[in-house]
Design a protein around this ligand. Structure first.
Ligand SMILES: [Zn+2]
Length: 720
């Protein structure tokens, strides 16, 4: 075995590839696939220096460690020299336009530092409040820390990372904090009546009361109830501590409070002020090594082009305000800098930088010199990054949704509805971490056998499954690091007592064990990594619900117990999937393979056609006998209706139709439909679903699927 490290150049990007020569050429190609999204059959690899092609029988120990990857697309020719020249020309034109815009801006911009200052200054004192230890303590107390910590670890585990580093955990926690905040904060257009809870209508402004100005509410909106005519006040509080208590407002309150939460948990954070009337947050992610955009109103992160591209905003000034200074971060949020420049008319660019640098100097007064030099290095890095990203290619794979917080009218009035045309199909290949799902499904086999062996009636079987569900529910409610529960009801139910050993596989799949105490009580507790249990418990609960549902509906109880949909044996797992598109973060393609109901794959433009390609782990060949699709949690109009399932045995070069369905109808949410393959004798290592239409293509552009499960004739041994 030789561990080698290659530098692979592809499309002007460098990729680091660590490779073990024992793994063979195929694995090497697959690693390249994961890094570059160029599928193996489109890969042409060359030694960078000699330009010798690297092929199946090349000596991977001896080849040069600098490689060049070219993607050979059947339909698209390789870019010619003329095309490359054109993009250089484009860049030159863009730079020229920026230069001209900057020149022009000098003459057009008024010199109005006072106006600029008055817009930024109040926020400078606002962010200082975030540093108050008492306020921070109170903020932390209002957050369900352990729950978010668990969710962060589970989200990492779903990417296959069961041993995350501190910075990976911190990054994942920040995202969970964002999602929690989005769920727990309330958007207010007009407040509901404080007396009777009915709708109110705006009546203008009112002078603030002392109790309101105490928390920085210099502006108070007044609303009259449409039913009881009482007046309701809506003070626009500035004090983030007050917002932790009220948990409501519009984007100003949301961003103010969320940025404060980020500070309370120790993240370097900034309040971002967009002069075209929006506010959000940036945090420095140690994991990414750079500042990251977070929009608490939308629950969206790291999509800085959301506003310009997604909402069609005409940005001018985007200013970051932090405890250590104010920064012009506009360049992060635009790819049309020359247009933005033409709208920057409050102040000339040189005056703007000197104004910002003056406020920054004030903010940093008294900072130790060591801290100052750290911050200065960080600032320099950021400036370099901002310049770089300004002329970077647009990432077309980003799906940028129209604004979703606030009611439709409010959104329309801001002309920020966006369009769905923006997304395209350049998602990365994602690994499915779902071996536990297969283990859990397999674990039902001994249970079902026991049901039949012990001659349980249908209602007894349902009862046993309900008791099991109760135990797992108790466990899922107990703190994740020390999960345990005990039952004594097992003694009241002799049948259950007898059945108990048949549940050992299920407990094992959940990384749990049972202990029977001397007094007859049965205790269930953790046996391994608590995160494994956190990941698997929801899958087992959903599987139980599913089983109870089909048992209740089943007419041939006993006879059909060892067939699908009861017994889900030989589920294919641990492969990789790539979709035509996915709505991030929650509509990610791997959600269709994670065994939980509530997560789903959402294809933002999939209503009239989209696809998923699933490649088996290690390219193992399987003969598919059946598959199941489950409808998602909501929006039946997005359910798939017509599709074709194909299989390939040659890495997707040629395809064979395995199944074809039309006019399929899911009556319920979370409903599974099972399809058997009529000619199940074609071994495949790649599967492709082509979804042709959803239930309603007239009023809806999206497709969503709760889960996709593939079942093989037989399956190799589960990996440990
Ligand atoms: Zn009322």
């Amino acid at each position: 075995m030789v561990a080698r490290r290659f530098l692979v150049v592809h499309d002007d990007s460098d990729f680091d590839l660590h490779y073990d020569t024992d793994d063979g050429f195929e694995v090497f190609q697959f690693q390249l696939y994961s890094l570059t999204s160029v599928p193996p059959h489109q890969q042409k690899i060359f030694g960078a220096e000699q330009d010798t092609p690297v092929v199946n029988d090349s000596d991977l120990v001896a080849i040069s460690d600098k490689l060049r990857l070219v993607s050979v697309n059947d339909s698209e020719p390789e870019p010619s020299a003329a095309d490359l020249l054109k993009s250089d020309e484009e860049l030159a034109r863009l730079l020229q336009a920026e230069e001209e815009a900057l020149m022009l801006q000098q003459y057009v911009a008024s010199e109005n530092p006072r106006e600029f200052d008055s817009r930024v200054r109040p926020h400078v004192s606002q962010v200082r409040m975030y540093e108050d230890a008492t306020r921070q303590e109170a903020a932390r107390k209002s957050v369900p820390m352990e729950e978010l910590e668990e969710k962060a670890l589970v989200s990492l585990a779903k990417e296959g990372n069961f041993k995350p580093s501190k910075i990976e955990q911190d990054h994942a926690f920040l995202l969970q904090l964002l999602f929690w905040f989005k769920r727990s904060f309330r958007w207010v257009n007009s407040p509901s009546c404080h007396d009777c809870g009915n709708e109110t209508v705006g009546q203008g402004m009112a002078p603030p009361l002392p109790s309101e100005t105490l928390y920085g509410a210099s502006r108070v909106e007044l609303y009259r109830c449409t039913v009881c005519s009482q007046l309701t006040r809506f003070p626009r509080y500035n004090d983030p501590m007050k917002l932790v208590e009220t948990r409501e407002g519009r984007c100003g309150e949301w961003a103010n409070c969320f940025t404060f939460y980020c500070r309370a948990f120790g993240y370097e954070s900034r309040l971002i002020l967009d002069f075209t009337d929006h506010v959000w947050t940036e945090c420095f992610s140690q994991f990414l090594g750079r500042w990251m955009h977070l929009d608490p109103c939308e629950g969206i992160y790291d999509k800085p082009l959301l506003y310009e591209k997604g909402w069609g905003k005409k940005l001018n000034y985007v200013i970051a305000i932090a405890k250590d200074g104010v920064y012009d971060v506009t360049k992060r949020y635009t790819r049309k800098w020359h247009e933005v420049l033409s709208r920057r008319t409050i102040i000339t660019e040189p005056s703007l930088s000197s104004l910002l640098s003056n406020i920054t100097k004030e903010s940093r007064r008294g900072f130790a010199s060591q801290l100052l030099s750290i911050i200065e290095v960080r600032d320099m890095e950021e400036n370099k990054e901002l310049e770089r990203s300004l002329h970077a290619e647009d990432d077309e794979s980003l799906s940028l949704p129209g604004r979703r917080s606030g009611n439709e009218e409010w959104r329309k009035s801001r002309l920020e509805m966006g369009s769905d045309k923006l997304s395209s199909s350049a998602c990365p290949v994602r690994l499915c971490v779902d071996e536990h799902v297969t283990r859990i499904y397999n674990a039902f086999r001994p249970i079902l056998y026991q049901f039949v062996g012990e001659e349980l009636t249908k209602s007894e079987a349902v009862e046993v499954l309900r008791i099991t569900k109760g135990i797992l529910l108790d466990l899922s409610k107990s703190p994740y690091k020390t999960r345990r529960t005990s039952i004594d009801s097992v003694l009241d139910n002799p049948k259950f007592q007898k059945l108990l050993p048949s549940f050992d596989d299920l407990l094992g799949a959940l990384s749990l064990e049972k202990k029977v105490n001397t007094d007859g009580r049965v205790e269930f507790c953790l046996v391994g990594d608590p995160v494994v249990t956190s990941l698997a418990l929801p899958v087992a609960l959903d599987a139980l619900d599913d089983m109870i549902y089909i048992l209740n509906k089943c007419e041939n109880y006993g006879k059909d117990m060892f067939l699908l949909p009861f017994l889900k044996l030989n589920r294919i797992h641990s492969g990789s999937a790539i979709a035509s598109s996915e709505e991030l973060p929650f509509g990610i393609i791997t959600s269709a393979f994670d065994g939980t109901r509530i997560s789903k794959w959402e294809e933002p433009n999939g209503a009239r056609g989209c696809w998923v390609v699933y490649r088996t782990f290690g390219n193992e060949m399987f003969e598919l006998v059946a598959y199941e699709l489950m409808s998602a949690n909501d929006a039946p109009e997005r359910d798939p209706m017509d599709w074709i399932l194909e299989g390939s045995s040659d890495d997707g070069i040629s395809w064979q139709v395995l199944d074809k369905q039309t006019s399929q109808f899911f009556e319920d949410r979370f409903q599974r439909r099972t399809y058997t393959i009529s000619s199940a004798n074609f071994p495949c290592n790649v599967f492709r679903f082509r979804f042709l239409a959803v239930r309603d293509i007239q009023s809806n552009s999206r497709l969503q699927i709760g889960s996709i499960d593939l079942y093989a004739k037989s399956i190799g041994k589960l990996r440990a």
